[in-house]
Design a protein around this ligand. Structure first.
Ligand SMILES: Cc1cc2nc3c(=O)[nH]c(=O)nc-3n(C[C@H](O)[C@H](O)[C@H](O)COP(=O)(O)O)c2cc1C
Length: 355
């Protein structure tokens, strides 16, 4: 099986069909992205929360560090998000418990943010910068935006968490579809009914690969060459690894977060809406446990409300209140450089699949 030369690597002009997942929140540094691309994979910037000028500055840095393809990932916003005043005030009361435990002077507040406008400005930067790959999660952009990006030669990756979403993405013009199994760390990319998006990779990959004609890349729980080989045999032409890259030296993850992943062999992950209002998988901690019965505000309102607590907890080294996103394979995370990880993944997959 030639896992390296397929329509995915050909379309992208990369050596190995291995993507480092875009991971928003300062995790995907220009160093991480460029090292992955320089090692023959595809580095991706998680730009969902970034200000447009910061995205532009990081693209410049990536371009200084590599001349190979890389990708930028955005969150497609849901423009109809709102919450009742009494629900916001109830959430403030719940969160005050944590802000006071952390000795924070400010009380939880819901800041006013215009996410639709932020997204438009982010998109404008990607168009001006003519980036090689744009990937999207949480939804499908407008036809006009997809056409504009494609016209200038940008490849479009869409995130799908079930077969119907994969088909929708293909109809919308995706060049590659990243199918996100339920094992995956971080937010679910689901944009159809929330409950339709929790399918394990073993079942999702072959069904999605059969349903669409463009290449499928598998994400979720892949930590080593065995996972890559399995995904390829199930019908994927590429893989996207998030958690495995978090513990790389070049990742921007907080040292406590890295340590929590490296020590996580006995811990478990869980899917929670408590941090952001959208289901996301991370290391099960005290905040998740105590917030279990509490109704979260819709995304991104809950995310904005919990941000000060999460940031303060990171400063005070209190991981029990941080969102430690991680996939179910986290027990296999290793402290490595990108070069070491990529070499291990490539050599291991070669040993398993190249005959
Ligand atoms: C810390 C973290 C942050 C993530 N942020 C994003 C993101 O901004 N955009 C996105 O499309 N996917 C994001 N994901 C999901 C990944 O794209 C991918 O689906 C996932 O990492 C695959 O599962 P794994 O972590 O088990 O490898 C994130 C995942 C993690 C672990």
């Amino acid at each position: 099986m030639d896992w390296k030369q397929n329509s995915l690597t050909e379309r992208l002009g990369i050596q190995y069909p291995i993507f480092q997942a875009p991971m928003a929140g300062g995790l995907t540094t220009p160093e991480l992205i460029s090292w992955v691309s320089n090692c023959g994979g595809l580095g991706n910037m998680g730009a969902g929360y970034m200000m447009p000028d910061d995205i532009r500055a990081d693209i410049k840095k990536v371009r200084e560090l590599t001349n190979r393809p890389f990708g930028i990932n955005l969150f497609v916003p849901d423009c109809d998000v709102s919450a009742k005043a009494e629900d916001i005030s109830a959430m403030c009361t719940v969160l005050e418990r944590y802000s006071s435990e952390l000795g924070m002077a400010e009380k939880p507040l819901l800041p006013e943010k215009d996410y639709a406008l932020l997204y438009k400005k982010q998109l404008a930067v990607l168009m001006e910068e003519r980036v090689p790959v744009c990937s999207f999660t949480f939804g499908i952009p407008d036809n006009a935006d997809i056409s504009e990006l494609k016209k200038q030669g940008t490849m479009i990756f869409g995130t799908a968490t079930n077969v119907n979403e994969a088909v929708e993405w293909e109809e919308a013009g995706a060049d590659i579809i990243v199918v996100q199994g339920s094992e995956a760390g971080g937010h679910r990319g689901t944009f159809q009914k929330e409950e339709s998006g929790m399918i394990g990779s073993m079942a999702l990959i072959p069904q999605a690969a059969d349903a669409v004609s463009c290449p499928v890349a598998a994400a979720g729980g892949i930590m080593d060459a065995r996972g890559i080989a399995a995904a390829m045999i199930l019908g994927a032409e590429g893989v996207q690894l998030g958690t495995a890259f978090l513990t790389c030296r070049e990742s921007g993850a907080h040292p406590l977060y890295k340590q929590a992943l490296l020590n996580a062999r006995k811990d478990r992950t869980a899917v929670t809406k408590a941090f952001s209002g959208k289901p996301a998988r991370g290391i099960h901690n005290r905040f998740m446990k105590e917030m279990k019965g509490v109704q979260a505000l819709p995304y991104p309102l809950q995310n904005d409300m919990t941000a000060p607590v999460r940031k303060h907890a990171a400063k005070l080294e209190r991981p029990e209140f941080m969102s430690l996103w991680a996939g179910q394979g986290m027990g296999m995370a290793e402290e490595v450089t990108v070069k070491e990880l990529m070499s291990k993944l490539v050599k291991g997959t070669e040993a398993l699949l190249d005959k």
